[in-house]
Design a protein around this ligand. Structure first.
Ligand SMILES: [Zn+2]
Ligand SMILES: [Zn+2]
Length: 120
């Protein structure tokens, strides 16, 4: 997986396979975003994860409506799939997992912090 962001138009790109190709946007090469590791409990974007059956719910603990600084996308990587959700004003997001699906990584993209990987 490769995540890029264009510094000019702020377009977000998610490449499911890490190709070595150099891609560009707005006539500039796209650079990979660095991943920052966050604890579930952190000052900026604390989350709580609730697993109920096949539902994997991510709750934003300090969610504020219309906050300029916010998480825009959540990416859930499992042993079987990669799911991405765009967040439009929700305090929680639920992913549906298959029976034999195990969560490997949870990423978030924040408009200020950039790419975050939660320590699960
Ligand atoms: Zn662009
Ligand atoms: Zn942030």
């Amino acid at each position: 997986m490769k995540v890029c962001m264009c510094k000019q138009c702020m377009e977000f790109y998610l490449f499911l396979d890490s190709s070595e190709k150099v891609l560009s946007c707005c006539n500039e090469p796209l650079e990979n975003l660095e991943v920052e590791l966050f604890e579930l409990e952190n000052d900026s974007h604390p989350i709580e994860i609730k697993k109920t059956g096949n539902f994997y719910k991510v709750q934003f603990k300090n969610y504020k409506t219309l906050d300029i600084h916010h998480i825009k996308y959540l990416i859930l990587k499992t042993n079987l799939t990669t799911q991405i959700k765009k967040i439009e004003n929700q305090s929680d997001i639920t992913f549906l997992l298959d029976f034999n699906e195990e969560v490997e990584n949870l990423y978030a993209y924040c408009n200020i912090h950039g790419l975050i990987s939660y320590k699960l």
